[in-house]
Design a protein around this ligand. Structure first.
Ligand code: ADP
Ligand code: MG
Length: 337
């Protein structure tokens, strides 16, 4: 497998003096050819800036960027073998769908008939055949998203950059597009660099995830490793629900200075058996599972219950026992970071 994208000590600093923002801070990253790689992080953590530097829209303050083995650090966007799908789609409203999709070919002065043929091919690829004559305003949000995708793919980029492309869609459509995007990526074998702040989206779509916090990559790993073996407290709490314990509580509960326990790894025993006894402070029904919030010596603990095993939720104020297996406890580094 060839390496598609390399970031080597890449930083991006905006402004100067007291206004300085270190949007991306010494990021090292290697993305493999054909990989579905996701940058996951909260708003303002530096994801878009990172993607814009790869696309050539923002120049790094320091560091080097390689795409397909070429140093493109200072190359303009059009000279890079990448294309971008923006969150707001950025379609040209006055142009037909066909001309929108074929735009990249027009810039390259490809002949009109050939442009139309390839645009139609792309529209079929994203399952929108026959809409070429319409304008963007005559399509739904999900359809416009597909058009943006077709437009970005028509130049056959080595790497497709996608900045929160599904953010504007409602949940049902977003889930459908997640499946379609993933299938398309598999079919085309193009490297996808995908941005989201949605942990579910990242976990379910990616080969690997890079978790961004404050301009830094906190962890780069496969989804299962990110979820089960988070490298830092930030990753543990950002990806999924986590019970994180520090200091004396962590020591007495787990024997570790800092540790994480996922809510679904804890068993609730109504008869009060188990490692500890805790008091129920609240319950939440989510359909597929229920979350019980408990208090243990001033510390909040969440436990997720399978409704089949617990058709009735424990009463608020009742005392229950909690039990977990040794391997449910994950040690955390960087506590408080
Ligand atoms: P994300 O995409 O993760 O939400 P961004 O990369 O957009 O984060 O932003 C990272 C940080 O850089 C934020 O603090 C943001 O305000 C700042 N920033 C982004 N673009 C600019 C810019 N052009 N000028 C000044 N600050 C910027
Ligand atoms: Mg962004």
């Amino acid at each position: 497998m060839t390496v598609a994208v390399v970031l080597d000590g890449v930083s991006c600093v905006f402004g100067s003096g007291a206004q300085t923002v270190r949007a991306v801070d010494r990021v090292d990253l290697k993305i493999e050819g054909g990989e579905f790689f996701t940058l996951l992080g909260p708003s303002g953590s530096g994801k878009t800036t990172c993607l814009r530097m790869i696309g050539g829209f923002t120049l790094p303050t320091s560091g080097r960027i390689h795409i397909g083995g070429q140093d493109v650090t200072l190359a303009p966007p059009y000279a890079r073998p990448v294309n971008t799908v923006f969150q707001d789609y950025a379609l040209f409203p006055h142009m037909s769908i066909r001309d929108n999709v074929a735009y990249g070919l027009m810039v390259q002065k490809v002949a009109r008939a050939e442009r139309h043929r390839r645009a139609e091919e792309m529209l079929e690829l994203v399952r929108l055949p026959g809409v070429g004559e319409r304008r963007p305003g005559q399509l739904s949000g999900g359809q416009r998203q597909r058009v943006a995708l077709a437009r970005a793919l028509i130049n056959q980029p080595q790497v497709l950059l996608l900045d929160e492309p599904l953010g504007a869609l409602d949940l049902k459509l977003r889930e459908q597009m997640q499946t379609e995007l993933k299938a398309l990526q598999r079919q085309l074998g193009i490297t996808f660099l995908f941005i989201t702040h949605d942990q579910h989206e990242a976990l379910s779509m990616s080969d690997r995830i890079g978790v961004f916090n404050n301009g830094r990559l906190e962890q780069v790993d496969a989804p299962t490793a990110i979820y089960n073996r988070p490298a830092t407290r930030f990753v543990a709490e950002f990806v999924g629900a986590a019970n994180v314990f520090d200091g004396d509580r962590a020591l007495s509960l787990t024997g570790l200075p800092s540790a994480m326990l996922r809510p679904e790894r804890i068993r609730l025993l109504p008869d009060g058996e188990g490692q500890i006894r805790a008091t129920v402070t609240d319950t939440q029904y989510f359909g597929a599972f229920s979350r019980v919030h408990l208090d243990w010596q001033g510390a909040a603990i969440a436990v997720d219950l399978n409704p089949e095993q617990h058709p009735q939720l424990p009463l608020r104020g009742s005392t229950v026992g909690l039990r977990w297996a040794d391997d449910a406890v994950h040690p955390l580094a960087g506590a408080g970071a």
